[in-house]
Design a binder for this molecule. Structure first.
Ligand SMILES: [Zn+2]
Length: 484
C-alpha cells in the first residue's frame, strides 16, 4: 500500500472512495461533492453524530465526484488520541476493501484535523489493515493507493515513516502466522538476509558449526532434539560515526513443543508463534533500513531453532555450558527461550552497546499476570525503562513495568550449575527475566515479554483476532529514533 500526501481538491475527485474524519458539533461544510452535501445534511439531522469510531457510508447516484463517501467519527465526548486515528486508518481501509476501492483519498471535516503524530498513526493503521497473510489466497484486496489531505508540514516524510513501520509490523505478522513447517529457522534466516540485502545492512548467520566453535551451548542444547539447523542471525545497521549502539535481540523458536517437558496438546498449534520476538526484530530492521535513523547503530540479533523432543533432545537435569561460560541446569526443557537467549544476549554484549532490548514470547505467566493489553517490561535501569515507557505512550504499544527484585535472582540459583532455567510457577515472568539479566554483564538491558501481545493481542481495529499483531516494531523503533 502506498501512502501519499494529497492536495485538497482530490477530495472532490472521481475516486472510488473518499474518507472524511469528522468530529461532533456544528459543521458548516464538507468536501466530497454532492456526497459531502448529503453527509452534512445527515449530520444536521443527527443521523450521524461523529462519535468515536462511528461510521456512515454514502454511495453516489450521479457520475461526478467520489463514488462513495465514508465518514468516521473521531470524537465527541473526548479528544481523539493518536491510537484513535490509528484505528480510524484501519476502519477506512477495511471499508475500502469491502467496497473494492483500490484508491482512497482521506481528509478531515469540521473541527477534525491531522497533527504530525495523528497523521503517522492514521497511516500506520491503514497499512496494518492492509495486511494479507502470504500463505493463503486472500478473500479481498487492500487499497493500493491512499492519498491523505492534511496541513501537516513534511506530510510526505511522516507518511513514509508510517509506511515503513506498518510494513515492518506486517512482516512480523506474516512470519508469525506462518506454520512452523514453513517459517523454519532457515526461513527466518533467509528472510532476514533478504531484508538486510535490500536495506544494505551487514548480515551474518552462525550455523551449528559456527555456534559450536563459539561455544554457544545454550542454543545448541535446545536444538539437540530437532533436525532443523539452528542459527544466530545478525543484522547490522551502521550509519557511520554513530554516537550510540543499540542491540535488539529476538527469540525465534519457530515451534515450541516444550521438548521432553512436553506441553499439553490444547492450543499447542499456537506455539508456531514462539518466534514473534524474532519476527518483530526482523520487521523492525526493515523499518530501520528504510528510515535510516541518524546517530544510532542498531544491531539485531535473532536466535532461532525449534524445540522438539527428538532422540538427542536435551533433558531435565542436563547442565549446559553457555557462550558466557556460565552453566545452566535444565529443570524444564520448556523453559527453552531463556536458554537460547543466554547466548544471544551474551553475543550482544560483545558489541559493547549502550543498551540491549530483547523481545521474547518468554512466559505464559505474563499473560496470566497482565493479559494481552500490554507487554511486560523488565528492566533494572530506570533511564532505559523510562525511554521505553515514553515510546509505549507514543506508539500505543503498551508496556507495564514488572518487578525485578533480587529475590528472583536468588530463586534461580542452581545446585549443579550456576543458574537453573526454572524456579517454578510463582513469579514465573520475573524469574525468567532475572535469568536473562545474568547474561548482559551490567549493560542496561530491557526485556520485553510479548507472550500476551504478539498474537491474539490488544483488541484494536488494526489487529485481527487469532492472528499475529507485529507488536514491538513501532515501540522499539520509536525508542531508537528518539535515542538522541
Ligand atoms: Zn517453551
Amino acid at each position: 500500500m502506498r501512502l501519499t500526501a494529497a492536495k485538497s481538491n482530490a477530495l472532490d475527485s472521481n475516486v472510488p472512495l473518499v474518507v472524511l474524519l469528522v468530529t461532533a458539533g456544528k459543521t458548516t461544510s464538507l468536501p466530497g461533492g454532492t456526497l459531502g452535501e448529503r453527509a452534512l445534511a445527515l449530520m444536521g439531522r443527527k443521523v450521524f453524530e461523529a462519535g468515536m469510531r462511528e461510521t456512515l457510508v454514502l454511495h453516489a447516484e450521479d457520475r461526478s465526484g467520489p463514488r462513495a463517501l465514508l465518514l468516521i467519527g473521531v470524537g465527541a465526548a473526548r479528544e481523539a488520541t493518536p491510537d484513535d486515528f490509528r484505528r480510524a486508518g484501519a476502519i477506512a481501509i477495511k471499508e475500502a476493501a469491502k467496497l473494492k476501492a483500490d484508491k482512497v483519498i482521506v481528509g478531515t471535516g469540521g473541527k477534525a484535523a491531522f497533527s504530525a503524530e495523528s497523521l503517522q498513526a492514521f497511516g500506520e493503521g491503514a497499512v496494518l489493515a492492509g495486511y494479507r497473510y502470504s500463505q493463503k489466497k486472500p478473500t479481498s484486496a487492500p487499497a493500493k493507493s491512499v492519498g491523505i489531505v492534511s496541513d501537516v508540514k513534511g506530510a510526505a516524510s511522516v507518511l513514509k515513516t508510517a509506511m515503513a513501520l506498518g510494513e515492518g509490523a506486517n512482516i512480523a505478522r506474516d512470519l508469525g502466522d506462518m506454520p512452523g513447517n514453513v517459517a523454519t529457522p532457515r526461513h527466518l534466516k533467509t528472510r532476514a538476509q533478504a531484508i538486510a540485502k535490500k536495506g544494505e545492512l551487514k548480515f551474518r548467520a552462525m550455523d551449528r558449526k559456527a555456534l559450536e566453535k563459539a561455544g554457544y551451548g545454550g542454543i545448541l542444547a535446545v536444538n539437540q532434539g530437532t533436525s532443523e539447523m539452528p542459527y544466530l542471525v545478525e543484522m547490522d545497521y551502521n550509519p557511520g560515526k554513530a554516537k550510540h549502539t543499540i542491540c535488539v535481540v529476538g527469540k525465534g523458536l519457530t515451534f515450541d513443543s516444550g521438548g521432553i517437558s512436553l506441553k499439553p496438546s490444547a492450543k499447542m498449534e499456537e506455539m508456531k508463534y514462539d518466534m514473534c520476538g524474532a519476527g518483530a526484530t526482523i520487521g523492525l530492521m526493515h523499518a530501520v533500513a528504510t528510515l535510516k535513523p541518524k546517530n544510532t547503530r542498531v544491531i539485531a540479533i535473532v536466535g532461532t531453532t525449534d524445540n522438539m523432543p527428538g532422540p538427542s533432545a536435551y533433558k531435565p537435569g542436563d547442565v549446559v555450558k553457555t557462550g558466557s561460560g556460565k552453566t545452566i541446569e535444565v529443570i524444564n526443557t520448556d523453559a527453552e527461550g531463556r536458554v537460547v537467549l543466554s547466548d544471544c544476549l551474551h553475543h550482544a554484549t560483545k558489541h559493547k552497546p549502550d543498551a540491549i532490548v530483547d523481545m521474547a514470547t518468554l512466559t505464559g505467566a505474563i499473560l496470566i499476570a497482565i493479559g494481552s493489553e500490554a507487554a511486560g517490561l523488565f528492566c533494572r535501569d530506570d533511564k532505559l525503562a523510562a525511554r521505553l515507557q515514553e515510546s509505549a505512550e507514543r506508539t500505543g504499544e503498551r508496556l507495564w513495568r514488572m518487578p525485578t527484585y533480587d529475590v528472583y535472582t536468588q530463586a534461580i540459583k542452581s545446585k549443579f550449575g550456576d543458574i537453573s532455567n526454572s524456579a517454578g510457577r510463582e513469579g514465573g515472568s520475573s524469574t525468567a527475566a532475572a535469568f536473562l539479566f545474568e547474561f548482559t554483564n551490567g549493560i542496561p538491558h530491557a526485556h520485553i515479554d510479548i507472550a500476551g501481545t504478539a498474537w491474539n493481542g490488544p483488541k484494536r481495529d488494526y489487529n485481527e483476532d487469532g492472528w499475529a499483531t507485529g507488536y514491538g516494531v513501532r515501540l522499539v523503533y520509536d525508542m531508537i529514533a528518539n535515542w538522541g
